[in-house]
Each structure stands twice: as structure tokens, then as C-alpha cells.
Design a protein around this ligand. Structure first.
Ligand code: CU
Length: 124
């Protein structure tokens, strides 16, 4: 019982005597980032899906699947650049910290369609 009082004294507002109102009403970390996971296929010079939508603050996890040749997926605004070799899969993540529409594109030269290999990340 005495130790419980000590504990209270350490964690509570020492100095104030309002012990009766020790409700922990301050927001209890309800704002952990949501995790949004996407599997994006890169093939035939396309990303499938080519549009992904998340909310600001989300932790975005992307799995890149390359069934044919090597590709990458880059979103420079978020410092994100994930690459995988031919027939390989890679996973990476970033936090979508700002709203907007961001073009993502292939970051590994993969042939004649490389420059057109793009998609859009929408952060609401
Ligand atoms: Cu490419």
C-alpha cells in the first residue's frame, strides 16, 4: 500500500494534491500509424496496380514482384527506391508524411518501355 502511494507520487503530478482526479484522460497513443500493404507487380512495362491510395501518416509497405526482368519502384518525395532482380521480390516501406499526388516510376532500366513505366501514389 505504501509502495503504491510512492508509485503514484512518482508518476503523478508531484506538487498537486488533487489525487481524486487522477484519471488518465490524456490521449493514450491512439495515433499509432496505420499500416497499408500493397503488392505491386512490375511486368510488361506496367505497374499493377498503378494507382495506390493511402492516408497521410500511414506506414506504407510495398512488395515489388518482378516476374520477368529487373525493375525498381521509386518515389523520390519520400526517399523511397526499391529494386528487385529478374524473377525476384523485394519489400520496403516508408511513411507517407505529406498529402498530394506523387508519381512513382521504374528505377531500373528495363528496356524500351522503361520511361513510360509509371504509377501514382495518392496521399489523402
Ligand atoms: Cu525500368
Amino acid at each position: 500500500m505504501f509502495s503504491a502511494l510512492l508509485l503514484y507520487a512518482c508518476t503523478g503530478n508531484s506538487g498537486s494534491l488533487q489525487q481524486g482526479s487522477a484519471t488518465s484522460s490524456q490521449g493514450q497513443q491512439s495515433s499509432l500509424p496505420a499500416v497499408k500493404e500493397f503488392t505491386i507487380w512490375a511486368k510488361d512495362w506496367q505497374f499493377i496496380p498503378s494507382n495506390i491510395t493511402v492516408n497521410k501518416g500511414d506506414l506504407v509497405k510495398i512488395t515489388l514482384v518482378n516476374p520477368d526482368v529487373a525493375h525498381g519502384i521509386a518515389i523520390p518525395e519520400f526517399g523511397f527506391d526499391l529494386k528487385a532482380g529478374a524473377g525476384e521480390t523485394a519489400t520496403g516501406e516508408f511513411t507517407a508524411g505529406k498529402e498530394g499526388n506523387y508519381t512513382f516510376f521504374c528505377s531500373v532500366y528495363c528496356g524500351e518501355g522503361h520511361n513510360g513505366m509509371k504509377g501514382v501514389l495518392i496521399v489523402k
